[in-house]
Design a protein around this ligand. Structure first.
Ligand code: SF4
Length: 267
């Protein structure tokens, strides 16, 4: 199935940023494939420690849904054309056809309950390529999972669920990712102070873009800047952040990459 997701207003606002920052306007893609199956393609389910954002250091069960719309459309995130480390760090979860298994909601919930942890991080790939995200979340809650974070790449509209136990973690794509044209800025108006937005920053241009987005939308969520691993020195980003002097913006180092690198799965 193919679903249109970019609204005219979103595109207009987006173009304004490129004008302000004097950066080129990239080609826009307006279609996204979604998965209509009654089972969910799964890459991996494991327990570990959150390495970035507001829940850093907290033990969580990671449910990694297989399939990212950017991979399926042939343009995965890549922050530096000359550096293999800068390609999408979950490349193995990129294509639905490579799923390790297809599980029903009941099977996933049983697997999670066995891991005896009340916190779940639902990630991908891209979670919203799957139509069953909401029933999965509700079944997890009914089985005793009281904290659920959903990671998304900001190319799907954030749903209005009003579920108090769900937090959204939204990756705003920066210019270096090559996917900035897919950002849905209306999502910044749909999230609240319990949610978070994250910017992976690989260059001064990414930093300026991120600041421009924040200044324009003034999101009430928590905000994190993360240096692109092996591309931008954290101390360089820290210098820019101190010069900016905005105490609402927090630094996040994606500590799982510093501990395990970018090729180890299940961490
Ligand atoms: S959105 Fe995430 S999974 Fe998809 S290509 Fe980008 S980094 Fe990889």
């Amino acid at each position: 199935m193919v679903t249109s997701v970019l609204e005219r207003e979103t595109i207009t606002r987006h173009d304004a940023y490129w004008h302000v920052l004097n950066l080129p306007i990239l080609e826009k893609v307006s279609t996204i494939p979604t998965n209509d199956s009654d089972t969910i393609p799964i890459s991996e389910i494991f327990k570990g420690y959150q390495g970035e954002g507001q829940s850093v250091g907290i033990q969580q069960v990671f449910i990694r849904v297989q399939g990212c719309n950017f991979w399926e459309e042939g343009h995965p995130c890549k922050w530096n054309n000359n550096c293999i480390e800068s390609l999408c760090d979950t490349a193995y979860a990129g294509h639905v056809k490579d799923a390790n298994e297809w599980l029903t909601i009941d099977e996933i919930v049983k697997r999670v309950v066995l891991l005896k942890c009340p916190n779940v991080f639902l990630t991908g790939g891209e979670v919203f390529t799957c139509k069953l995200t909401k029933p999965l979340v509700e079944c997890l809650y009914n089985s005793g999972i009281t904290n659920i974070e959903i990671q998304t790449n900001n190319s799907f509209p954030i749903p209005v669920w009003n579920l108090s136990y769900v937090k959204f973690s939204v990756d705003i794509k920066t210019p270096s990712s090559g996917n900035v044209m897919h950002n849905i800025f209306n999502n910044l108006l749909a999230i609240n102070e319990n949610d978070q937005i994250k910017f992976i920053i690989a260059s001064k241009g990414d930093f300026q873009y991120s600041v421009a987005v924040i200044n324009h939308y003034k999101p009430c969520s928590q905000i994190f800047f993360q240096p692109a691993y092996n591309i931008l020195e954290p101390k360089e980003l820290i210098k820019w952040m101190l010069e900016l002097n905005d105490s609402h913006i927090r630094l996040s180092l994606q500590q799982q990459k510093w501990i395990y690198g970018t090729t180890v799965k299940g961490v």
